[in-house]
Design a protein around this ligand. Structure first.
Ligand code: PRP
Ligand code: URA
Ligand code: MG
Length: 219
């Protein structure tokens, strides 16, 4: 529980500090950014997958010495959806952990020429049975919340219950969390960092700049 959002998980892994310091550093080269960001997103993806109750079943297995009661994740009950373009980087990590997982794509871009940076939906391709799956919505950045909100609208429009959606992001901020808490409090958020807030350009502070441009080397 948090004052900012009722359904929020913030990763506490010790390994994140080194990785965040690398990706936040503006002098990190594009190849190093990709390398460290992938390591960071792999941890985020593992922890997000571990937080999918609708795709997790208790089970008892036999060990060579005894038995063990645990649970396993059924990837056939999951659909991973990226907010293109930056979300494709996190989607790649999810797919490497869940080979063959069902995938959807939603192309949303912020209009950087408008001061409020409104999000615009261009394209959406979702699998036909998505409404029966647990959806991992992938986008590394939650800033104003406009892009995530548009993506969730697209999922709800095809029948996905908001309680089946987990939004996985690398960095978020109070403004975006509050916006999503008002609009879609049932959507769970798994994040690796809550930063201080937004600057006048609606970029996250301290943040790491434009994730998509740095990951895909289009700076
Ligand atoms: C970035 C980011 C999110 C969005 C977050 O995408 O990947 O989708 O901004 O900002 P918001 O919460 O204020 O909407 P961008 O529009 O830069 O596109 P890109 O993925 O192509 O870089
Ligand atoms: N999108 C990004 O990539 N970075 C920000 O700080 C805000 C939106
Ligand atoms: Mg961008």
């Amino acid at each position: 529980m948090s004052d900012l959002h009722p359904n929020l998980v913030v990763l506490q892994n010790k390994s994140l500090l080194n990785l965040f310091t690398r990706v936040r550093d503006q002098t990190t080269s594009p190849s190093d950014f990709e390398f460290y960001a992938k390591r960071l997103m792999t941890i985020l993806a593992e922890e997000t997958i571990a937080d999918l109750p609708l795709a997790t079943s208790p089970t008892t297995v036999s060990t060579p010495c005894s038995s063990f009661t645990g649970s396993f994740v059924d990837s056939t009950k999951i659909c991973a959806v990226s907010i293109v373009r930056a979300g494709d980087s996190l989607l790649g990590c999810v797919r490497s952990l869940l080979p063959g997982v069902s995938v959807g794509k939603i192309l949303i871009q912020r209009d950087e020429s408008v001061p409020s940076k409104p999000a615009k939906l261009f394209y959406s391709k979702l699998p036909p049975n998505i409404e029966s799956k647990q959806v991992i919505l992938c986008d590394p950045m939650l800033a104003t919340g406009g892009s995530a909100c548009k993506a969730i609208e697209s999922l709800v429009a095809v029948g996905v219950p908001t309680g089946s959606i987990v939004f996985s992001n690398v960095v978020c901020c109070p403004e975006g969390l509050k916006f999503l808490a008002e609009k879609y409090p049932e959507v769970k958020i798994v994040t690796a960092s809550i930063d201080e807030g937004l600057n006048e350009e609606k970029y996250i502070v301290p943040g790491l700049g434009d994730y998509g441009d740095r990951f895909f080397n289009t700076v």
